[in-house]
Design a protein around this ligand. Structure first.
Ligand code: PLP
Length: 398
């Protein structure tokens, strides 16, 4: 008997995106034709080097950096780790051992900071308000004479909150402290100009913007003291050894160009889809609370929890049931040492553990349609009604 095919809907664009066909086409010649090692001095190497430098020029232009300030890495995680470790070791000699981060950093920053702590650094983790915003005043109070770096995520990957980065950078600089930002989710989705933001270091990743996995970049402002994490050849001006992957850099640059070119129209389209989902969930799902702020938030993320005071619901079952119905979304929990732990980001907003576990992140992208969003909202409503147990009847909270 023929099995019924379920319609699959991908609403997890924040986790990763499919590579855009135009990006694949741009990369293809660099796997077989122009395949040389960019460090070789013969013509094959020179051709590869030219493509590599063209990619660097493009990323620099699109981020507002100089090309000599862009270093290719294997992705966001490496860029974040290098930013923290690379500045920490340069400052350890002068007694500066204090790092400030926010409570809603990606694990690539959070866990790197914890590793630095084991090596003797002190860390301050700044709280956020119920919408995920860091207060510039709290930052000012946290900085000490020993602070060598402030690292604050630009747009959060779970809830979408966009920090007022320029203001936070200003506070760090007024106190003579370097500023790093994880711009993995913001670059290509909202305006990102290092000339305006004035950050000293910034991390990027290609696979969040329809580029290939395994490539990213770290911006290091000219004049910043930086210790490479790895040791080897003299690639990337001695700051990141290893043979550069020219096809991946070409793909990253093409993806970045397309994302920036299409940013405004895409943002408008995704905002409409976001509002549609928000409206439907608010009207139909009892106990729904939004963790994504309505303003200053990425248009492609809608994060929603079910209030544990209103409804008892198993968050994991919610995600599994969504998956069984063909809808791919992420939960408000992360697997840590084999057990599900509530997300540190949702907890930082002040949600209790049960509510945090009952969280779904919908994230939309270039190929998401209105029909998909509408279907996903309906399926979510149906699943919550089926597996949730109402505690009391009242209208939904926004
Ligand atoms: C905000 C943020 N930072 C860093 C990373 C890590 O990037 P990558 O997957 O390229 O290592 C991610 C990816 O999940 C992210 O969303």
């Amino acid at each position: 008997m023929k099995q019924l095919e379920i319609r699959r809907i991908y609403l997890d664009y924040t986790a990763t995106t499919p590579v855009d066909r135009r990006v694949v086409d741009a990369m293809t010649p660099y796997f077989t034709g122009t395949f040389g090692n960019a460090s070789s001095i013969h013509s094959f190497g020179r051709d590869a080097k030219a493509a590599l430098e063209e990619s660097r020029d493009k990323i620099a232009f699109l981020t507002g950096a100089k090309n000599s300030e862009i270093y290719f890495t294997s992705g966001g995680t490496e860029s974040d780790n290098s930013a923290l470790f690379g500045t920490a070791s340069k400052h350890s000699g002068n007694g500066k051992k204090h790092l400030v981060i926010s409570s809603i950093e990606h694990h690539a920053v959070l866990h790197a900071a914890e590793a630095l702590k084991k090596n003797g650094s002190n860390i301050t983790i700044l709280p956020v308000d119920s919408n995920g915003f860091v207060s510039p005043e709290e930052l000012r109070k946290a900085i000490t004479k020993e602070t060598f770096l402030v690292s604050i995520i630009h747009a959060n990957n779970e809830i979408g909150t966009i920090q007022n980065l320029a203001e936070l950078v200003r506070v760090a600089h007024e106190n003579g402290v370097l500023f790093h930002t994880d711009a993995v989710q913001s670059f290509g989705k909202i305006k990102f100009d290092l000339k305006e933001l004035d950050a000293d270091l910034a991390s990027f990743s290609a696979h969040k913007i329809y580029g290939p996995k395994g490539i990213g970049a770290l911006y290091i402002k000219r004049g910043i003291d930086f210790e490479p994490t790895f040791h080897g050849g003299s690639q990337e001006r001695n700051r990141r050894p290893g043979t550069e992957s020219v096809p991946l850099t070409v793909g990253f640059a093409k993806a970045a160009e397309l994302a920036v070119e299409e940013m405004e129209s895409e943002r408008a389209r995704l905002s409409k889809l976001n509002s549609l989902m928000r409206t439907k969930i608010l009207a139909e799902v009892p106990g729904a609370m939004f963790n994504s702020p309505e303003k200053n938030s990425l248009a492609n993320i809608l994060n929603v929890s079910i209030d544990s005071n209103e409804m008892e619901i198993d968050g994991e079952a919610m995600i599994v049931n969504m998956d069984l119905e063909g809808i791919a979304v992420t939960s408000g929990s992360a697997c840590s040492s084999g057990s599900l732990q509530p997300s540190h980001v949702i907890k930082a907003l002040g949600r209790d553990d049960k509510t945090t576990m009952a969280t779904v992140r919908f994230s939309f992208g270039r190929f998401t349609t209105e029909d998909e969003v509408s279907t996903a909202a309906d399926v979510f409503t149906k699943i919550v009604a089926r597996i949730g147990k109402r505690k009391k009847v009242s209208s939904p909270v926004s």
